[in-house]
Design a protein around this ligand. Structure first.
Ligand SMILES: Cc1cc2nc3c(=O)[nH]c(=O)nc-3n(C[C@H](O)[C@H](O)[C@H](O)COP(=O)(O)OP(=O)(O)OC[C@H]3O[C@@H](n4cnc5c(N)ncnc54)[C@H](O)[C@@H]3O)c2cc1C
Length: 509
């Protein structure tokens, strides 16, 4: 017995040593020409600016290239969860939340159907109740850009058009342009950080498509900015969430056409379910056609195995994005920035390809706990809250897809949160980005299904026992089939949920 174990151990050590040699032999040889910068960051959005600032403060010579330096007018990041506020402060950028009229957010108020609601405060942390911040994305990003420059990074308005790859497999810089008609300029560096948002074409160049390198467009986000609505909300300083009786209506490819169809949809199907004192400002925005539509995309994160090039690292939405329903994207991005800075400052020689490569691999492993928790929660919650697709075409409303199992789950989630105590603090700690535990999330997810089943059996009584048992079984199986592909994507419990088996496609075609 001992001999077998001993042989196994020796075999493992030999395998590890051979692996190291193999990696060293296959690594591309660096060119030793002097580089223009230590780090070039593609994209001066949320992640690019935070990284530019933190790496400059750590003594690196950093260039950030952003294609459009004007203040963005987009709906793409309006709530920063308490966990994100903490990461931002840890990066030394807490002051970027000042001077932009950011509102303090203490939790959520969820309205279920037309007559039920539950208050979900953020958990208590050291120093009091945890707080998020709500603001205009554009004003926040302008503060981050200013901070990035003040901290020492060079920030230029340029569009990156390609990556420089003279030695196959090794990225040594980027090519950029100022205007469309200009010729390209080369800039070299020791590490390229790609941070140019979801759907980046560079992601496809540096990441193996075996692991998914294109985001899945799962739905569309329709946003209106209501004037003077903050005090009119039923619960000010909270995220007010209205779960409509039929479930939130979701669109995929069948988004109503802009113009009359969209106006009709918003005024006749959405507005009646909102508090009456918001109707006037809602109608004014719809009438003025100030409606913003953004695609909701999902893409699993990077892993050490999906790396195909050296000298380059993906971060932010270019590497990993999840449904925006929980407002978790910026929290993941800031947490990633912290992890990447930690990994980069440990590199003794940025010219050493293998050392940089190891640091990048450790970053991809270390980011997982925070990212997986927020990714699974967001994508699962979206699947539960938006199962029905209501399409309005030619004056006819048609519900294309309605899944009983998911509506049972939706009700079970609401009841679970109503129980209070740890049924509330657990999910809220996960949602706010303060508790990083994918397994804690799975515990709560299956508790929802189990307690929901108990409720169903109690409601059914003795006479309805068979019907309730059938429904409960359906709900538990439904919960497992819903969460399994999300777990597989995040490569958790891979022996139970292998990826090839639980592959995900767009939810509704
Ligand atoms: C509808 C919607 C709502 C959301 N709401 C929230 C929310 O409430 N809370 C939250 O935390 N998250 C939210 N998110 C997620 C959040 O927006 C992202 O996670 C976050 O912006 C990612 O930051 P980033 O730096 O990776 O990308 P971005 O912030 O998108 O920045 C990318 C930057 O790269 C620039 N760029 C692109 N191509 C090039 C190029 N070739 N050369 C140079 N520059 C380039 C772009 O101009 C842009 O400035 C939402 C997302 C969506 C889609």
């Amino acid at each position: 017995m001992w001999t077998i174990t001993g042989c196994g151990l020796v075999g493992l050590i030999i395998h590890r040593i051979l692996n190291k040699f193999y990696k060293l032999l296959t690594l591309p040889k660096p060119s030793f020409a002097k580089k223009d910068y230590d780090v070039v960051i593609v994209g001066g959005g949320i992640g690019g600016c935070a990284l530019g600032s933190a790496l400059s403060k750590a003594g690196k010579n950093v260039l950030v290239l952003e294609r459009d330096m004007s203040e963005p007018d987009r709906i793409i990041g309006e709530l920063l969860q308490p966990g994100g506020v903490q990461h931002l402060k840890d990066l030394g950028l807490g002051h970027c939340l000042e001077g932009i009229d950011a509102a303090r957010v203490f939790g959520y108020q969820v309205f279920y159907g037309d007559d039920e609601q539950v208050n979900l405060p953020y958990p208590i942390v050291e120093g009091g109740r945890a707080e998020g911040r709500s603001f205009h994305y554009g004003r926040f990003i302008m503060n981050l850009r200013r901070a990035c420059e003040q901290d020492g990074a060079t920030l230029l308005e340029r569009t990156v058009v390609s990556l420089i790859e003279k030695t196959p497999g090794l990225i040594e810089g980027v090519q950029y342009k100022k205007n469309n008609n200009d010729s390209t300029v080369d800039v070299t560096c020791k590490l390229v950080i790609i941070c140019n948002g979801a759907g980046s074409s560079f992601t496809r160049q540096v990441r193996s498509d075996r692991f998914g390198n294109k985001p899945l467009v799962v739905s569309q986000f329709i946003g209106l900015e209501l004037a003077d609505s903050a005090e009119k909300l039923p619960k000010p300083n909270h995220g007010n969430v209205f779960v409509l009786p039929t479930g939130p209506v979701c669109f995929t490819q069948t988004l109503p056409k802009r113009g009359e169809e969209m106006t009709k949809y918003l005024l006749e199907y959405i507005m009646p379910h909102l508090p009456e004192n918001l109707h006037e400002s809602f109608k004014a925005e719809v009438d003025a056609s100030r409606i913003k539509v953004v695609q909701n995309r999902e893409m699993p994160g990077e892993t050490p195995e999906s790396l195909t090039k050296k000298g380059v690292v993906l971060i932010g939405d270019a590497m990993n994005c999840r449904h925006p329903i929980t407002g978790g994207g910026m929290t993941v991005t800031f947490s990633d920035c912290k992890e990447l800075v930690k990994a980069i400052i440990q590199i003794k020689d940025l010219n050493c390809v293998s050392e940089v490569d190891e640091a990048i691999q450790s970053f991809y492993s270390n980011r997982k706990k925070v990212a997986s928790t927020i990714n699974i929660l967001a994508n699962a919650l979206y699947s539960i809250l938006a199962p029905s697709l209501t399409v309005v075409r030619n004056d006819q409303e048609k519900t294309i897809h309605k899944d009983d199992t998911v509506s049972l789950l939706r009700r079970a989630v609401f009841r679970y949160l109503q129980r209070g105590s740890f049924c509330q603090t657990g999910p809220l700690s996960l949602l706010s980005g303060l508790w990083h535990s994918p397994y804690g999330l799975l515990f709560h997810f299956f508790s929802v299904a189990l307690l929901g089943s108990v409720d169903l059996i109690k409601e059914g009584g003795i006479l309805g026992i068979f019907g309730s048992l059938y429904k409960s079984l359906k709900m538990i199986t439904g919960a497992t089939t819903l969460i399994a592909p999300l777990i597989a994507e995040e490569r958790l419990l891979s022996c139970v949920f292998p990826r090839f088996f639980w592959k995900r496609t767009a939810p509704i075609k």
